[in-house]
Write a protein that binds this ligand. Structure first.
Ligand code: FES
Ligand SMILES: [Fe+2]
Length: 387
């Protein structure tokens, strides 16, 4: 199945008041989802996994809209990402998460690879008992590596290999948030000692999770609990060029409401204790920055209408790992679980609506939907091959 006629994305105008949203094809068509993977996800820095899920001497397969990848960590802790396919006859190399005692072994004809991707063994390649073949150079057939970088515990890949350097891509967001955490402040973060993760599968296209995350408009109806103290009118829009978009609040005080306390960023400005910001780092990471923790959500597109959301909590400094903070870590994770679960119906409802033949991309509130529109324009530009 291939994507048919080119999409007309011209209705996504600069002016939000006249703009339509992205057409239904970009949410309901498997063929367009593959196009989007190759035109959009592959050309940017796309998140594939939390680094903490890969132990030394282990390998984990991961798929990006059907594309098989392999995340591997060697003895020294170095993490690499490869295409998960054997260089011999193309068998998928690793089917499930595994510890690698020696080498990675292909299940088909037992060719073996080191954790750095080097081809090590080619049993009987030259006939029974002959493990070399004339003219065959193992050095030419290592696993194909993918350009990889880690930030905030997230493993990003650039499949096309030609995206600008990651640091350059995220520089505006880093600069924005260094005003809160201080220069180098993110280095104080580590994965929660307990209650670090949750996971939600959503029956919706990954872009709908981004769009929902970008806006605070839905707060009164979808998040009545959160909206009881961090209200619609306490929110502001964030739009950071090609980096991402989202929203911030001036009234986040989860910890004091819960009676919990966690170490805070030392540099966090004294007059901004109730500020928190929520930014979708394009294409597929949702970031939450609070004075005492950060969360990262990787949106893994499983298909055109299914997304896995991998959530990880990070805390500030070694003190946050103290057993005395266990209850605070648990409450923080559970607090977010409640909020994120409330979003599931909203996102799935938008997916369901896109099955309607009457759906025309929808329109935007010119005041409330600016970050969502920002994302639509970003997607439209890339799907139209603009830069
Ligand atoms: S396909 Fe992997 S060893 Fe033959
Ligand atoms: Fe929400």
């Amino acid at each position: 199945m291939t994507a048919s006629a080119p999409l007309d994305l011209s209705a996504i105008h600069v002016d939000i008041s006249r703009s339509r949203g992205l057409p239904a094809e970009l949410y309901v068509s498997e063929a367009w989802a593959r196009e989007e993977r190759d035109r959009l996800l592959a050309r940017h820095w796309t998140a594939v996994m939390h680094a903490s899920r890969v132990a030394p001497r282990s390998a984990q397969p991961v798929e990006l809209m059907g594309l098989p990848l392999l995340v591997a960590r060697d003895d020294g802790g170095e993490l690499r990402v490869f295409h998960n396919v054997c260089r011999h006859r193309g068998h998928k190399l690793v089917a499930a998460e595994c510890r690698i005692e020696g080498v990675i072994r292909c299940p088909y004809h037992s060719w073996t690879y080191a954790l750095d991707g080097t081809l090590r063994g080619t049993p009987h390649i030259g006939g029974p008992g002959v493990h070399e073949a004339d003219g065959f150079h193992k050095s030419s057939y290592g696993l194909k590596a993918v350009r990889t970088v880690e930030w905030l515990g997230v493993v990003f890949v650039n499949l096309s290999g030609d995206a600008p350097p990651f640091d350059e891509c995220v520089a505006p967001l880093k600069a924005r948030w260094e005003a809160f955490v201080g220069t180098g402040g993110f280095d104080q973060l580590s994965v929660a000692a307990t209650h670090p993760h949750m996971q939600l599968e959503v029956q919706a296209n990954w872009k709908l999770a981004v769009e929902n995350y970008c806006e605070s408009y839905h707060l009164p109806w979808i998040h009545p609990g959160l909206n009881s103290y961090s209200k619609l009118e306490d929110h502001y829009h964030i739009m950071e060029g090609a980096v991402g978009a989202g929203q911030g609040t001036l009234a986040f005080d989860f910890a004091s409401r819960e009676g919990i306390s966690l170490p805070q960023f030392v540099a966090w400005p004294g007059d901004k204790h109730s500020v928190a910001e929520y930014v979708a780092l394009y294409p597929n990471v949702l970031l939450g920055l609070q004075m005492d923790h950060v969360f990262t959500i990787i949106l893994q597109p499983l298909s055109h209408d299914r997304t896995m959301e991998w959530v990880e909590l990070l805390y500030v400094g070694d003190g946050a790992s103290d057993p005395a903070c266990t209850f605070a870590r648990e409450r923080t994770l559970e607090g977010w679980r409640e909020v994120f679960a409330e979003d599931v119906d909203a996102v799935e409802g938008m997916q369901a609506g896109r099955a309607s033949s009457a759906f025309d991309g929808g329109v935007f509130s010119p005041v409330m939907d600016n970050p969502t529109h920002h994302f639509h324009r970003w997607v439209a530009a890339r799907m139209s091959d603009e830069k």
